[in-house]
Design a protein around this ligand. Structure first.
Ligand code: BGC
Length: 497
């Protein structure tokens, strides 16, 4: 007989079900919102044209700098592209101080970023940096150095930006807990360039890149075979995807310069805001509470059900509800006031991965995690079992929702419209639809892809045959390498940098 706690956990888990039928409908709605976003500005999904009109093929070469702002860490890297689908990457990483994420002025944050670039150059490119300083002091030209001595930098900035050129774009809104009102509406490349110039660094910000675009580019550079990558997706702190769209489908005005030869352009969907109106997204009482307490209620509604920043919080809210009903942790003396369970967004999503991975009878690993992460000592096996049930349901729903986005984009891309596959059902090399992914959920959450694939088959227009054609590959360090690749592409373009 199952206990009241297990019954309650099953009931909560059920609330996180997302049926095949719902997946089917959501896929259709996703395509509708994608198409709306291609027509005009101000729609739920921003569908931002990126001015990137070609994806690499692995033969590109050179040394580039890249920086990455978009999650908990700021990364600075230099990338050497070898031209044979391989690269060498040197990087440094620093946590972004919380107070800078909500600073009064953008300058505070961007000065910090420029400082990190300076430290990186001194440490990893000391010689180049020193010779640059010498040149500055001896040469009498206005800038003191020649163009070839300047590092080209790809700026991965993973927030919604209204892009007006390959190295220009104004911030639409912050996400993922950042909130600096002063920066909204400003050109983020210019903000970074100004901070770099204030330190007299030999660096030019030559490309502005969303992490999903970087992921798409880097997967395309490294992926096996000739098949071009169609989608780059992030399932990490936030979630989003960028895909290759036909130029003729992008009906809203393009303001900046771009090379139209390929007839295609990469579009940053900003799918985190898919269905903010909640027409097809599932909503439990926990989703409602999470949204109300967030810094941006009513926005990023898809992201709030899918990405790592929020899944731990959904679990926390569900567990706290069971605790209030005196169903869970009944043998535990008391939950400390300082426990993450009592703190808004206190629970890290990594506990979902531990819960999913622990298949032992006594759930030892999960109980350890409950003790360390939730600061609840002596949780029973029953307690852990209930948490596992709920965590599983939250993770599975996230993966099924992810399938809606991936599936709809594959359908919209038109890549499934042609086939050369044999009647035997074997997928030929030409029919592979390549998707590059990155982020903690795909990397660490067990069975994320499995759950995603099960739902992918149910997306309108996909079916089993379509799902089989989708090849999903991790694009590790995608945003860094991708930014370098776009900085390289930008060099060949006529943009005023
Ligand atoms: C941002 C996107 C970004 C995604 C993944 C979202 O919150 O709006 O621009 O690509 O997170 O980092």
């Amino acid at each position: 007989m199952s206990s009241p706690l297990q019954e309650a956990a099953q009931r909560v888990a059920k609330e996180f079900d997302y049926s095949d039928d719902e997946v089917f409908k959501a896929g259709k709605h996703f395509i509708t919102q994608m198409q709306e976003g291609l027509l005009k500005d101000g729609t739920s999904m921003s569908q931002i044209p990126t001015y990137v009109t070609a994806v690499p093929n692995g033969t590109e070469k050179g040394v580039y700098l890249a920086v990455d702002l978009g999650g908990t860490n700021f990364r600075v890297c230099s990338i050497q592209l070898h031209g044979d689908t391989t690269f060498t990457l040197t990087q440094s990483k620093v946590a972004i101080p919380k107070e800078l994420m909500i600073a009064k002025t953008a300058v505070e944050l961007f000065s910090f970023l420029a400082k990190q670039i300076e430290l990186f150059l001194k440490e990893h490119h000391g010689e180049h940096f020193e010779s640059h300083l010498r040149r500055r002091n001896t040469v009498s030209s206005p800038t003191g150095y020649r163009d070839e001595h300047i590092f080209k930098l790809g700026f991965t900035f993973s927030f919604p930006v209204h892009q007006i050129g390959i190295n220009r774009g104004t911030l639409i809104r912050w996400t993922k807990g950042f909130d600096i009102a002063d920066a909204v509406g400003k050109d983020v490349c210019q903000l970074l360039q100004d901070a770099i110039d204030a330190l007299h660094l030999p660096v030019r910000v030559s490309a502005l890149v969303n992490d999903t675009v970087g992921t798409l580019m880097s997967r395309s550079y490294t992926s096996p075979g000739k098949t071009p990558t169609v989608l780059g997706a992030i399932f990490g702190t936030g979630t989003n995807g960028a895909y290759v769209e036909k130029l003729s489908n992008i009906k809203k005005g393009l303001e900046g310069a771009y090379d139209a030869k390929t007839g295609e352009m990469v579009v940053n969907t900003e799918w985190g805001s898919f269905d903010n109106e909640l027409t097809v997204l599932p909503t439990t009482v926990y989703d409602k509470d999470l949204d109300t307490a967030s810094v941006n209620p009513g926005i990023q509604m898809f992201e709030k059900r899918v990405s790592g920043m929020f899944l731990g919080e959904l679990l926390r809210l569900a567990v706290v509800a069971l605790y209030k009903e005196k169903l869970i942790f009944t043998d535990v003396a008391a939950i400390e006031a300082a426990s993450p369970l009592n703190t808004h967004s206190g629970v890290d999503s990594s506990i979902l991965s531990v819960a999913a991975a622990d298949e032992t009878a006594d759930l030892a690993a999960l109980r350890k995690e409950i003790e360390v992460q939730l600061a609840v000592k002596q949780a029973s096996v029953e307690d852990a079992k209930a948490i596992k049930t709920i965590a599983y349901a939250i993770g599975r729903r996230a993966a099924r929702l992810s399938a809606v986005a991936v599936g709809a984009i594959v359908v919209q891309s038109g890549r499934l419209d042609t086939t050369s596959s044999s009647a035997s059902g074997e997928v030929s090399e030409d029919d592979i639809v390549d998707v590059g992914v990155d982020g903690s959920l795909v990397e660490f959450y067990p069975a994320f892809e499995e759950h995603m694939r099960a739902a992918l088959r149910k997306v309108a227009g996909m079916g089993e045959q379509g799902e089989r054609r989708v090849r999903i590959g991790i694009a590790k360090d995608g945003s860094g390498v991708g930014a370098a690749l776009i900085a390289l592409v930008a060099e060949g373009m006529d943009v005023d940098a």
